[in-house]
Each structure stands twice: as C-alpha cells, then as structure tokens.
Design a protein around this ligand. Structure first.
Ligand SMILES: Nc1nc2c(c(=O)[nH]1)N[C@H]1C(S)=C(S)[C@@H](COP(=O)(O)OP(=O)(O)OC[C@H]3O[C@@H](n4cnc5c(=O)[nH]c(N)nc54)[C@H](O)[C@@H]3O)O[C@H]1N2
Ligand SMILES: Nc1nc2c(c(=O)[nH]1)N[C@H]1C(S)=C(S)[C@@H](COP(=O)(O)OP(=O)(O)OC[C@H]3O[C@@H](n4cnc5c(=O)[nH]c(N)nc54)[C@H](O)[C@@H]3O)O[C@H]1N2
Ligand code: SF4
Ligand SMILES: [Mo]
Length: 727
C-alpha cells in the first residue's frame, strides 16, 4: 500500500446534519477531516464529531472479523463463512419449530446512517415475517410518525421547518446547538438559527433547561417537563378563540375544523398555566406572535416526543402549523421531496394509516407502523408462552443502554435466548450476548447515501460518496453482511448476495409499473449502487447514479416547495385534523390539567461531542463537559443537602442509580438532568476508553411500563424522581 497523502470526499454519517467532509488519507488511514467548502448543502461546516472522524474510524477496539461463541461459551474470531453457516443452521430451524414470531429483530439508530441499514432491513423483515420488530423509533420519533400517519395518511410525511426562509421559529424540546438537529436535516443548524435572527426573524425556545439553543433565542420559556401538549393545546385554542386561525389555501384540504375547535375548548391559557408553570399572558403572547409573523414554523423534537403525551404534542405541532396557514408554504413547514422518493402521483384518496393492527403478546401494546414498543422487548423474551422470542437479530442497536431497564434486558439476552446475532462494530453491553457478531467496516471503507435524511432536509439536494478507502481483505461490506443475513434466514444460504439486490430491483420495477428491461440498463459497481441508480431513475427528478458521480459535492434540487394535496394519503384525501385515535386520547390530556405536579422530575440532555451510547470510546470526544453528571438547580441542591461533585442517589419507581451532582441554574428548579448512553461498566465488553469512565445508565430508572399509549414510545423525559445525597 502506498503511503502518499490524498483527500477524498465523505458525507459524515455521525448525525442527521449529513455534512460533506474532506478526508485526508495517508495510505489507508484517515488522518484528518475538515468541512468540504464545495459541498452544496453544508458549505464547509463541521463539528467536533466530524473532525474526529479519523479517530472514530481507526478505533483499535473496532472488531474486524466475526466473533462466534464456541462450545466453551466464549466468543472467538471466526471466518465469515462459518458465521453465516451458523446463522443459516439456527434461524430457519427455530422458525420452523416455533413459528415466525420466535425470531425478534431490533434495528438501532445507525441504520439510518448507513446504506445497508436503509436497503436491506425491509427485505429481512419480509423474509422473517415476524411481528416481533423493535426499533429505536419507540425511544424517539414514533409519536411524529403516528401523528403524520393520522393527519396526512403517510407516517413518513413529516413536515420540516423552512429554516432558511422562516420569519419565526417556535422550537420545542430540541437543542440543535448540541444535537445538530433531528427530523430537520440542516448542516450548520446553529448558523441557520443565527441567520434567522440576523434577517429580523424571531426564535422562541421551550425547554426546561437553558440550553445553548435557548441562549441564542429571543424568548426562552422554561416549561415544566411533560406539559408541552397542554401548552400547545392552549396555543391552538387561543388562535381559534381569538379568530387568529387562518389556514389560507389549505382551507380547502381540511377535514374536521369545527370538531377540532370543540375538542380544544377546555384548554384555555388559564386552565393550562399551572400545569405548565407558564403564565397565561405568555401563552397568549406566543399564540399572537405566531399568528402575526409573516411566516412561522413550529418544530418539536425529543423533549416533545419521548413524554407521556408525545403523540398529542407531535400532532399539535402540525395543528399549529395548519391553523396559522404555515403548513406547506415557503417560510413555514414543508414536506421535502428527496431524489429517491416515489415520484409524485396525482392527488387521490389513499389507504390511510392504521394503528393497532396487532398487539404485543405479553402486555398487549398496539403495534405502530409494524413495530412493537422496544420497552417491551425484555418481557417478550423472558415471559414463557407460545410466540416467545427465542432468537434475536440486533442490527446497529444497543438497547441494554438505550432502552428502559437494561438490567432486565441484559438478563433476558443472557438467559432467555437460544440464539442471538449482532451486526455491530463493537463488542458492547448488548452485542456481548450474541452468539455471532458480524462487524461492519469503518465508515471510511463504506459508501454513503442518505436515503432517510434527504427526506427531512431543509433544502432539496442529493449527494453520494463512494468508499474513501478500499475495503480490507478480511472485512465484509455492510451491504453484503445484510444481504447474506437475508439469505441465511430465508433458507437460500449460499446464493450470491446479488440475488437479494436483483429481487429488490424486480420488486421495485413491478411496484412502479416500469418496464423490466430497465434493470439491464442500471449502472453501478455493486448491488447497492444499482439499487440506488434505479431509485434515482424512478424518483421525482429523473436522476441517475452516473450524474450523481459526476457531482461529487452534490446536486442542488432547489428550495422546498408546497406538496399538498399530492402528498396526502388519507382515506378522505384531505388533512384529517382530528383523527379518531387522537380524539380518543384527549380526555387523558384533559385529566392532566388537574394533576398535582411531582416535586422533582428528570429530563435528558445531549452533548455535542457524544452520540447516544456508542461514541464514548474515542478519547478526543470524551472528558471536559461531556460527562455523566446529575445537573440540579442550586435551590434544589440546597434543599436536599447536596454539594457540587458529591454523589447523588437518584430513585424512581423503576429503579435507582448514582451519579455526581453538578449544581447549575441552567436547569429550572424542580428539574434534574442526566444524559443517556452511559453505564459502560458491564463485564465482557471491548470498549477500553468507555469502560474507564463508565457513567450511570439513566434508563435503569425506568421499568419499561411508562409509554405514550398511541405510539408505544418510552417516556424518557419528565420522570418523577427523588434525589438524596449518597452516604
Ligand atoms: N434516557 C434516554 N434514552 C434514550 C434517548 C434519550 O434521549 N434519553 N434517546 C433515544 C434515541 S433518540 C435513540 S435514536 C436511541 C438509540 O438507541 P440505539 O440505536 O440502541 O443506540 P446507539 O447508541 O445509537 O447504538 C447504536 C449501535 O450501533 C453500533 N454502530 C455504530 N455504527 C454502526 C454501523 O455503521 N453499522 C452497524 N451495524 N452498527 C453500528 C454501535 O456500536 C451501537 O452498538 O437511544 C434512545 N435512548
Ligand atoms: N451530539 C449529539 N447529537 C445527537 C445525538 C447525540 O446523542 N449527541 N443523538 C442524535 C439523535 S439519535 C437524536 S434523536 C437527536 C435528538 O435531537 P434533539 O431533540 O435536538 O435532542 P436533545 O438534545 O435531546 O434535545 C431535547 C431537549 O428537550 C428538552 N426537554 C426534555 N424534556 C422536555 C419537556 O418535557 N418539554 C420540553 N419542551 N423540552 C424538554 C431537553 O432539556 C433537551 O434540551 O440528536 C441527534 N444528534
Ligand atoms: S454536524 Fe453531524 S454530520 Fe456534521 S460533522 Fe458534525 S456529526 Fe458530522
Ligand atoms: Mo434518535
């Protein structure tokens, strides 16, 4: 291998911002990363995670070849063929003996950051036909999918704020200055917020913490956690009561306007003020500002989703966009149109969105979008009975840390399974239980295309980067890993992986009603590239892979445009403002008006140099302020006799943990905050740096029973806790 220094473009896969990077490569090693100034979308922006691309890529703890559990119970390195032989021997046998639901599938967050994770899981689930499907969505954005499904008939039709053109942004439970944005793909989100203010626009942030985002806002409202649905309902109520609601051209596409007004009648600013701990005048002022702004967008994220009324809050976000005439108009909230989306069809009634077509076996949780709540994964393994999960395929997920009650799940994975596979670069808290670990190559050796995030981007654009470094001889591309997994579980083990891509191509052509001959004309070096080529050709812009390769810094497809009514897939063909499941959940919200608030509740937080549970193993990203401390307001600390740096004991109905106290007035009184993704203290992992500073697993405070009922999403914020100094 030559050791000359060269550069290569690579889209950053580390968060939803999808920045274009320029990697410096010596031999086969990435020695540097900077923002690509020519990238048509990110224009040179980079954050500390992207700048650490080289360290993350070359982490010596990354697995290189498969691990297989031997007869002695220990994991040992094995050949790829041995690993897949084992899967092909065990999974079909288990489904034959116990039925398809005996195999569970867990899909984690990085699947939306890899090509493989977008292209193959649908085929895997199609082959397995199991109902035991769990993903990170039920720790995250499932409420938004459900509300979009009900309002617009398509769970993936999620409007995003038109960040670069709006005059007014109402941002709820999101902290893009640390997270770089979510369900709103916008490289340099901080710069875009500052630009909004520079052009005379206003930013309002609703967050119980004075976050970095709140600090650059015109107005910060430190709401009581968990009360956003009430606040949003009062905003909608005010718009209607003060006759400020004006949906504009959308009016002809709405169903249920009068019913909505009636359903919200109890949620006056006065009625919700105490529960929100926000005075009625402030609520009225926010509603009036929203109505008065030339254009405005309401945007809610984690703090509005992973809460008891997550689906209602997510629904109300778009109700406000609709009532103010901002949905589907420039400067408001619009539906992006990505290059691989299905080409727009003429507007027509659709099939609508069904919830609860089946239920989980043990607790009877309704499915949403074909998924069951990941908070119920452990009980589906450790509760005896027919249809119990006996084998588990875990792809890019670490639910022992990311989901409620890791201790129970840890025990279930250890004692309750006949067979487990992990597709993961690390031996961590979850993958340590696998019988087979299949490690994907580091990102420098993988191609990248954002199938998911282009559909949530604030500007229509498309970019593709091929692997920057050739694949090591003993590694396997993640797409090939996924394709072989599909073959292994479906009894066609031994067929070439390209057979999976060919099947996907034939299916896509049939579905699109396109001529079969198109398949022969596809270009690309491998199956995933040919599939990408097909999706581009069938897509709304009629692009090709060849064109994309000719534009290594991307192709600008223009600002977001109105898409109503073409985007709607409801049965009525209109926006259904008050869908039945929402109406049926509103009495629960009404009852919350009378709840006595818990004296102390816990919320989460993210750090710019961290990402969920898997980036604590890179030295340059850890330490400093990126630590697992319990943030607590000085008044609360004084009342509880807690000193800065002292160990605090945090207890909730689901469990108890300990963490050092960090006294700070950035959290409001009555609120404490812990980050998630910590708790790297279990034996049998291979994450040296992370294990040296393990932190505490905040999700051990939860027992998995607290869910947003409509979406099955775990309640991860606004959890009643008690805090005491540890003795
Ligand atoms: N208390 C609390 N809990 C939370 C949250 C919170 O705010 N508070 N946030 C939730 C949210 S939003 C999410 S999305 C979930 C995330 O939950 P998970 O998806 O379970 O967690 P991650 O830490 O993202 O784990 C990703 C796994 O993928 C592996 N991985 C990394 N890169 C790759 C790759 O290229 N290929 C493959 N195959 N694997 C890879 C990592 O090693 C790791 O094991 O956590 C949730 N948990
Ligand atoms: N650096 C970094 N970036 C990330 C991640 C990461 O772990 N680290 N994770 C990625 C993932 S998977 C996701 S989903 C996104 C998430 O992206 P964001 O949603 O922007 O993430 P958070 O920083 O968790 O912001 C949630 C905010 O909600 C506030 N909050 C908590 N409870 C409530 C409440 O009841 N009401 C209101 N109004 N606010 C509340 C919290 O204080 C917090 O500031 O970030 C992504 N980007
Ligand atoms: S903001 Fe996100 S995509 Fe951009 S460099 Fe940082 S981690 Fe990568
Ligand atoms: Mo997430």
């Amino acid at each position: 291998m030559s050791h000359e220094t060269r550069t290569a473009p690579r889209i950053c896969p580390l968060c939803e911002a999808t920045c274009g990077l320029t990697l410096t490569i010596e031999g086969a090693t990435v020695t540097g990363a900077r923002g690509d100034r020519d990238d048509i979308f990110s224009r040179g922006f980079i954050c500390p995670k992207g700048a650490s691309f080289g360290g993350l890529d070359a982490d010596p703890d990354r697995l290189r070849v498969p691990l297989v559990r031997g007869d002695d119970g220990e994991l040992r390195e094995a050949a790829w063929s041995e690993a897949f032989d084992l899967i092909a021997a065990r999974i079909p046998e288990l489904t034959k003996a116990h039925g398809p639901n005996a195999v569970g599938v867990v899909l984690g967050n990085p699947n939306v950051h890899t090509m493989a994770g977008s292209l193959y899981p649908p085929l895997l689930l199609g082959a397995l036909r199991t109902r035991n499907v769990f993903t990170a969505s039920t720790l995250d954005q499932m409420p938004k999918h459900v509300s979009s499904g009900l309002l617009f008939g398509d769970a993936h039709a999620i409007p995003v704020p038109d960040l670069d053109r709006t005059d007014h942004l109402l941002l709820i439970g999101a902290n893009p200055l640390e997270s770089n944005g979510s369900l709103c793909t916008a490289p340099d989100f901080p710069g875009r917020l500052k630009a909004l203010r520079r052009r005379g626009g206003t930013l309002t942030v609703i967050d119980p913490r004075r976050t970095r985002t709140a600090r650059i806002a015109d107005r910060h409202v430190a709401i009581r956690p968990g009360a956003d649905a009430l606040l949003l309902a009062a905003l909608a109520h005010t718009l209607i009561a003060e006759k400020l609601a004006d949906p504009g051209p959308l009016a002809g596409h709405l169903e249920g306007v009068d019913q909505l007004a009636a359903a919200l009648v109890d949620f006056t600013p006065d009625a919700v003020a105490a529960a929100c701990d926000v005075d009625a005048d402030t609520i009225t002022a926010i509603a009036r500002e929203l109505a008065a702004a030339p254009t405005a967008a309401v945007y809610g994220r984690i703090g509005s989703c992973t809460v008891e009324h997550g689906t209602l809050a997510s629904w109300l976000v778009d109700v406000l966009n609709i009532l103010t005439g901002n949905l589907d108009r420039p400067g408001g909230a619009l539906f992006p149109l990505s290059a691989t989306a299905r080409a727009p069809r003429p507007a027509a009634p659709g099939k609508g969105f069904a919830l609860g077509r089946w239920a989980s076996r043990v607790s009877g949780h309704p499915e949403a979008k074909g998924e069951l709540p990941i908070a119920a994964l452990a009980e589906e393994i450790d509760t005896p009975g027919e249809d119990r999960i006996r084998a588990l395929l875990v792809i890019a997920a670490n639910p022992v840390l990311s989901a409620p009650d890791g201790d129970r799940l840890d025990a279930a994975l250890s004692d309750g399974l006949d067979f487990m596979v992990s597709v993961d670069p690390y031996l961590n808290e979850t993958s340590r239980h696998a019988d087979v670990v299949l490690p994907p190559p580091p990102p420098s050796q993988s191609a990248h295309f954002d199938f998911a995030f282009n559909g949530f981007a604030v500007h229509n654009q498309v970019r593709y980067t091929r692997a920057a470094v050739p694949l090591d001889d003993d590694r396997m591309d993640e797409s090939e890993i996924h394709a072989r997994l599909v073959l292994a579980v479906s009894g066609t083990h031994g067929a070439p992986p390209s057979a999976v891509d060919d099947l996907a191509i034939t299916t896509a052509l049939t579905r699109a009603g396109a001529p079969k001959e198109l398949a022969a004309g596809l270009t690309g070096d491998n199956g995933p590239e040919r599939r990408l080529d097909l999706m581009l050709r069938l897509g709304p812009y009629g692009l090709t892979l060849e064109r994309l390769l000719a534009h290594p810094h991307g192709i600008d497809l223009g600002p977001l445009k109105p898409r109503v009514p073409e985007v709607l897939r409801t049965r009525s063909g209109r926006i259904e403002l008050l869908p039945e499941p929402i109406a049926a959940d509103l009495p629960r919200l009404r009852r919350a008006l009378g709840d006595r608030p818990a004296p102390l509740v816990l919320v989460g937080r993210r750090h710019l140099r961290s990402n969920n549970s898997w980036m604590h193993n890179v030295g340059s990203l850890t330490g400093g302020t990126n630590v697992c401390t319990l943030q607590i307001h000085p008044e609360d600390a004084a009342r509880l006799g807690l000193l800065d740096g002292a160990t605090a004991r945090i207890e909730s109905s689901g469990g108890r943990i300990e963490a050092p106290a960090e006294i700070t007035d950035t959290v409001r009184s009555g609120v404490v905050s812990l980050p998630h993704g910590w708790g790297h203290s279990r034996p049998g992992t291979r994450m040296t740096v992370a294990a040296a500073h393990p932190g505490a697993n905040v999700n051990q405070l939860l027992d998995g029973t607290l869910l947003d009922p409509l979406s099955g999403t775990a309640v991860l914020n606004a959890i009643p806790v008690s805090v005491t100094p540890a003795l």
